[in-house]
Design a binder for this molecule. Structure first.
Ligand code: SF4
Length: 94
C-alpha cells in the first residue's frame, strides 16, 4: 500500500509541474478566507475554469481531484460542487 501511495505522489508532482495554474494567479482557484458572495464566487471560478480549459493536464488534474475527493477549489475545470455531483453520478465527468 505504501508503494501505491508513493507512485500516486510521484505522478501528482509530475503533472502539477505542467499545470497552467502554476504560472497564473493561483488565488482564483480557491475560496478566499473571507465570506464570498455567490456572484463573486461564480466570477472567480469562471476565471479559473477558463485557465483549466487550456491546461494540458486538465484530465489528470480532474482525475486526481475526484480520486482524493479534493474538498476545495477548482481542479481540472470543475468546482468542488461540480465534483461532488460527478462523484454522486449526477453530473458527467468531462
Ligand atoms: S486543470 Fe486547472 S487546476 Fe488543474 S493543473 Fe490545470 S490549471 Fe491547474
Amino acid at each position: 500500500m505504501a508503494a501505491v501511495a508513493h507512485l500516486e505522489l510521484t505522478a501528482t508532482t509530475e503533472w502539477q509541474q505542467r499545470g497552467l495554474c502554476r504560472a497564473n494567479d493561483s488565488e482564483i482557484f480557491f475560496p478566499p478566507t473571507h465570506f464570498e458572495h455567490k456572484p463573486e464566487r461564480e466570477a472567480r471560478e469562471a476565471k479559473a475554469k477558463a485557465i483549466c480549459a487550456a491546461c494540458p493536464v486538465r484530465v489528470e488534474c480532474l482525475t486526481w481531484a475526484l480520486a482524493v475527493r479534493e474538498p476545495y477549489g477548482v481542479w481540472g475545470g470543475a468546482s468542488e460542487g461540480e465534483r461532488k455531483q460527478m462523484l454522486m453520478g449526477k453530473r458527467a465527468v468531462s
